[in-house]
Design a protein around this ligand. Structure first.
Ligand SMILES: Cc1ncc(C[n+]2csc(CCOP(=O)(O)OP(=O)(O)O)c2C)c(N)n1
Ligand SMILES: [Mg+2]
Length: 363
């Protein structure tokens, strides 16, 4: 009989830890002293305004889809603090690589509401946006923005530019080879890239427990040789703080970082989904108490920085801005069909050039 060796006597050669960041409780109370920037109430108000805007915009986009005036659309209901917290920590010259659910980050960086509507209305002109020209368009293939981000960061390193690639993707994307390959490469080459996982607990109908057996998603960074931190993704202050630190570290040549933003997808996956078919409405209801907008509002009200009149004014401003964007979107005429050939190649191969001519002349 084999002797049962006491393996637990073997020496431990490595230990790892994952830290968790939170400053605001769901009721807006402070859980630990917030970082210095939190005394800049103007900044916190701007984070709040950006979250309120995107939530109202999402509602309108869904209404447009339901009335046949927009294609499939993905709301970010409940997870607004992630994209806003991250985008607000970036510099203009950094590069954003967002997923399809990160409109709030794109809007923060200057993409116009009507451009987002154009894109989801099936018009490629929406991707020729007013955001920084070096930012990437939102990525619909799950996780493929991660290797792009590693490539962008590799270019920054080679050119010795103090810029950072910031890449957002979902919990589901962490099961993709692309994501781990990108993190591995970024770790080896100490690239200036920050990966942000928006862990909203769901990948369409797949819950997190079927996505991974890992205790956290943040710890996936450890295998790639860099720091992974878990953050309360419903706390805009924590998101801004975590992103600021991670981006500064990447810019200073200290290599990549991973942020796991823990939040919850309060809405359907997209307008093509009915989440009630795979998750109990009571689960969703229970998560509303954690949502990020009410939390930051409560904090601001507690500091006398927000009140009912300001809220009413903000809601009215958002409605006016959204209505004007919708008007511009709906007034945009369709493109000529032959333009579908225009943006895939720098120089159109002859076979497509012929097809383009055919479409132009006969349709
Ligand atoms: C490569 C690829 N595979 C599958 C899909 C279909 N798909 C779209 S979203 C999605 C789930 C993604 O979940 P997650 O990464 O958690 O992001 P979330 O939608 O929750 O923001 C899947 C499988 C896709 N878009 N791309
Ligand atoms: Mg998800």
């Amino acid at each position: 009989m084999t002797k049962n060796w006491p393996d637990n006597q073997l020496p431990v050669i490595a230990r790892f830890e994952v830290r968790y960041r939170n400053y605001l409780a769901p009721d807006g109370a402070i859980t630990r002293p917030p970082p210095a920037f939190a005394s800049d109430i103007g900044l916190l108000v701007s984070l709040y305004r950006a979250m309120v805007l995107v939530r109202a915009f999402d509602l309108k986009a869904v209404a447009l889809q339901r009335t046949g005036r927009l294609g499939t659309y993905a709301v970010s209901l409940g997870q607004e603090a992630v994209a806003v917290g991250v985008a607000s920590a970036m510099r203009d010259e950094d590069v954003l690589l967002p997923s399809y659910r990160d409109n709030a980050a794109m809007i923060w960086r200057g993409v116009k509401l009507e451009e987002i509507l154009l894109f989801w209305g099936g018009d490629e002109r929406g991707n020729h946006s007013s955001g920084p020209v070096h930012d990437f368009p939102c990525c619909v293939p799950v996780g493929s923005q991660a290797p792009h981000a590693a490539g962008v960061a590799y270019a920054f390193k080679l050119r010795r530019e103090p810029r950072v690639a910031v890449c957002l993707f979902g919990d589901g994307a962490t099961s993709k080879g692309d994501v781990f390959e990108a993190m591995n490469f970024a770790g080896v080459h100490k690239l200036p890239v920050v990966f942000v996982i928006t862990n909203n607990q769901w990948a369409i109908s797949v819950p997190l427990r079927l996505q991974t057996a890992s205790e956290t998603l943040a710890q996936k960074a450890i295998a790639a040789g860099f720091i992974g931190e878990q953050v309360d993704g419903n706390d805009a202050v924590a998101m801004h703080a975590a992103a600021t630190e991670a981006i500064a570290a990447a810019r200073d040549g200290r290599g990549p970082r991973l942020i796991e933003a823990v939040t919850y997808r309060l809405g359907d996956h997209t307008t093509a989904d009915d989440a009630a078919r795979y998750r109990p409405p009571e689960e969703v209801q229970a998560r509303w108490k954690d949502e990020p907008i009410g939390r930051l509002r409560a904090y601001l009200v507690g500091r006398n920085a927000w009140d009912k009149a300001k809220e009413e004014q903000l809601v009215a401003e958002c409605q006016t801005r959204i209505a004007a964007a919708v008007e511009r979107y709906l007034a945009t005429g369709p493109r000529a069909p032959e333009t579908m050939f225009d943006h895939l190649y720098a120089t159109l191969p002859p076979v497509y050039a012929a097809q383009r001519r055919d479409v132009e002349e006969n349709h």
